[in-house]
Design a protein around this ligand. Structure first.
Ligand SMILES: *Cc1c(COP(=O)(O)O)cnc(C)c1O
Length: 431
């Protein structure tokens, strides 16, 4: 039997119709050039990670657990030096005591800012969960409660920076500029590392002692460079997204200048103790191995995003980013303008999952949202969004946001399954 037929038989036996298989295979065949570029970036990033592990003499002894205070935890300290080298920074804080991405970002802001300081976002509204951290939505313990003010300059209509607005917003109180790389759940473009670099040069040209922080969530290893290599003083992210490689069960990281990391460590543990404490409890091997795998895992997720963009654009749906655009994070948005299609997409993603494949996602009233939300996730690590996952609010434009896939092969099957379920509604046909 020809190789393609063996594969097709697997897909058909796992619920994909021959028509959907053929349609998707044709699209895949057009993507070899794009995929080659992504392979190249992953290969460079793999070298970068491996070089940092060799340089810092990662050893078997580093994989031993520590308990109690965790003084002199060789593995933890080595992993932090590896992160610092990968991100091109003086120092890093990589800890499972940082519980999630929001916590890492809150830690970064709360450790750098002091009463009377002002925080500036020159790229519009920050990620939802930061609104309570900053105090945009009033919350106990917010920056606002500590007398730290906030200013925001929105992107212009066409997605470009409002240079004049930013210049006017910087004043004697401005201490920290926060730049979110990924668009999150907004429909602005994701920022490339080069654009982040331009923005940092601009604000530092106005006030050189500003701290520039980048929310790097979903962006790690998508490009050859990280924002810390174009002037960011601090880059921050979650270990259950890109840099944990799907293995990290928890954690967050901050990479940056020596002073920024020291302030963050003093805030995370205690003034005076800083990075010296924080037992690893045996988690260091998965955090380290996850970083080792991360460039490859991100590669698979990116291929999946591009595959989906091409499929759904061909079928006439608006996709952001579109099928040709360069990629700066792993998120793909598809607008369905139809609740049944949004739900069918999520049903397909869930059905393809390694965990909880038998569960059927339903829209629900999630706290903090003004419409029902539907979500699909069948992950080994709860809530991990480097694993194939999708969600969308049940309101116009009925857009799904999806990301991840620990392997390209799984991302591909999941996207084909989403199309299969969409075809089964009878509202869409593949030709
Ligand atoms: C996921 C994400 C966060 C928050 O991370 P959690 O781990 O969900 O708390 C912040 N910013 C961006 C851009 C994100 O994608």
């Amino acid at each position: 039997m020809p190789k393609e037929d063996i594969l097709k038989e697997y897909y058909v036996s796992m619920g994909i119709s021959p028509e959907v298989f053929d349609f998707c295979s044709q699209i895949e065949d057009t993507l070899t050039g794009r995929f080659r570029e992504i392979d190249h970036i992953a290969e460079c990033n793999q070298m970068k990670v491996l070089a940092a592990m060799r340089k810092n003499r990662l050893s078997e002894g580093c994989l031993a657990p520590s308990t109690g205070y965790g003084y002199n935890d060789l593995g933890r300290d080595t992993l932090e030096r590896i992160y610092a080298d990968v991100f091109g920074t003086e120092d890093a804080l990589v800890r499972q005591q940082i519980t999630c991405g929001t916590h890492a970002l809150a830690l970064a802001l709360m450790s750098q800012l002091r009463p009377g300081d002002e925080l500036l976002s020159p790229v519009g509204k920050p990620y939802d969960t930061l609104e309570e951290v900053i105090g945009i939505r009033p919350s106990s313990g917010s920056l606002a409660e500590y007398g730290i003010s906030y200013r925001q300059v929105d992107l212009l209509e066409d997605g470009s920076f409002d240079w004049e607005g930013i210049r006017q917003a910087i004043n004697e109180k401005t201490r920290l500029v926060t730049i979110q790389r990924s668009k999150g759940y907004a429909s602005r473009p994701t920022l490339s590392v080069d654009r982040i670099g331009e923005l940092i040069s601009f604000v530092k040209g106005i006030k050189p002692d500003l701290i520039c922080m980048v929310d790097n969530c979903y962006g790690e290893f998508v490009e050859l460079k990280e924002p810390s290599q174009v002037g960011a003083d601090l880059v921050v992210g979650s270990l259950i997204k890109n840099p944990g490689g799907g293995l990290a069960p928890i954690g967050g990281y901050l990479c940056g200048t020596k002073e920024c990391i020291e302030r963050a460590a003093y805030r995370l543990t205690s003034p005076g103790l800083g990075k010296e404490v924080g037992a690893s409890l045996g988690i260091t091997p998965t955090l380290t191995q996850g970083l080792f795998l991360a460039p490859t895992v991100v590669k698979g997720a990116l291929k999946g995003a591009i595959f989906a963009a091409n499929i759904y654009e061909r079928l006439g749906f608006r996709v952001i980013p579109d099928n040709r655009e360069s990629r700066h994070d792993i998120i793909q948005e598809v607008e369905f303008h139809d609740p049944d299609l949004l739900q069918a997409f999520c049903v397909g993603i869930q059905a393809s999952a390694p965990v909880d494949s038998f569960v059927r996602p339903e829209p629900w009233d999630m706290p903090g949202y003004d419409a029902k939300v539907i979500m699909a996730a069948g992950a080994f690590v709860s809530g991990s969004s480097i694993e194939l996952s999708a969600d969308g609010p049940m309101k116009e434009p009925y857009a799904v946001y999806f990301q991840g896939g620990l392997t390209w092969e799984h991302a591909k099957y999941g996207i084909m399954m989403s199309l299969q379920k969409i075809c089964e509604t009878g509202k869409v046909r593949v030709l």
